[in-house]
Design a protein around this ligand. Structure first.
Ligand code: NAP
Length: 247
């Protein structure tokens, strides 16, 4: 049996388990299973690896994408630069960490922008785990960016700054929502932005994928901007994990 699974806590609604279980069925992938391993503390991780000797691949979700790093033998270069891991391979007892959110976001963003010129400046809304993979992608694409946070701090813009100094919003034509605002069931929530300043030259990318059109994206649609949700990124990160486990 080739065993795969997900660690995190809590793990009530898992996209990954459904995705991989359906994939195994649809693509007739035999002798494979994908299970949930809710860990109340990351300190339970070594015991899980010991007990589940057939495990060859894991995904990692909130709150362990950073906390799991000290338990790994090796880090892929990108995961090291990002400082977060969402995929692990287990080979000959050695654990290696990867960040496939990077690949999922990077591929989805570049395909969506397509042949249009890539915006020169971006705003990243939120400073959590997912924002780090977004930051690494923008650095690799040569897009300059600023983080927008609810708290003020060095190198951070606040939502109040964006409304009081409209220049940031006008010149940063790529806006990426990495906050959970707007996620089902809180579908009316959206980042606090001066939406009346949006132009047809703005690109709004929402990492949220449920619902498929978020309140943030709807503001962009109303202003005739380009909009994109996080579904393709989600599938992209899962497929990249699958390719890593099978390489
Ligand atoms: N599509 C995909 O493949 C994909 C992959 C990864 C994540 N995601 C989605 O991306 C979102 C963020 O994930 P994450 O792991 O980065 O979560 P996270 O670590 O919890 O971070 C989210 C960040 O959003 C900001 N935030 C949180 N609550 C907020 C609120 N009520 N109002 C304004 N800002 C708020 C916070 O930044 P500040 O404190 O600085 O404001 C926080 O650090 C989730 O919805 C997740 O489902 C999607």
């Amino acid at each position: 049996m080739r065993k795969f699974g997900l660690i995190g806590f809590p793990l009530s609604h898992s996209f990954s388990q459904k995705y991989f279980t359906e994939k195994f069925e649809k693509e007739n992938i035999a002798d494979s299973s994908y299970d949930l391993y809710p860990l109340e503390s990351i300190e339970e991780f070594p015991a899980l690896i010991k007990a589940e000797s057939e495990l060859i691949g894991l995904n990692v979700t909130i709150p362990y994408k950073e906390q799991v790093i000290p338990y790994l033998d090796e880090l892929d270069e990108k995961a090291e630069a990002i400082g977060a891991v969402n995929t692990i391979t287990i080979r000959d007892g050695k654990l290696k960490g990867y960040n496939t959110d990077y690949d999922g976001f990077s591929n989805s963003l570049t395909q969506w922008i397509g042949a249009n010129p890539i915006p020169e400046k971006a705003l990243i809304l939120g400073t959590g785990g997912a924002s780090k993979a977004v930051k690494a992608t923008l650095e690799d694409l040569g897009v300059s960016y600023q983080f927008v946070s609810r708290s003020s701090g060095e190198g951070l813009l606040t939502y109040e700054d964006l409304s009081s100094t409209l220049q940031h919003f006008k010149t940063s034509t790529l806006i990426i929502n990495t906050t959970p605002l707007g996620t089902h069931p809180n579908t009316t929530e959206l980042p606090d932005l001066p939406y009346n300043q949006l132009t047809q030259g703005h690109y709004l990318f929402d990492l949220v994928y449920n619902p498929l059109i978020t309140a943030f994206m709807q503001k962009g649609i109303d202003a005739k901007c380009w909009v994109k949700n996080g579904l393709e990124m989600l599938h992209g990160q899962a497929e990249k994990a699958w390719r890593i486990w099978n390489s």
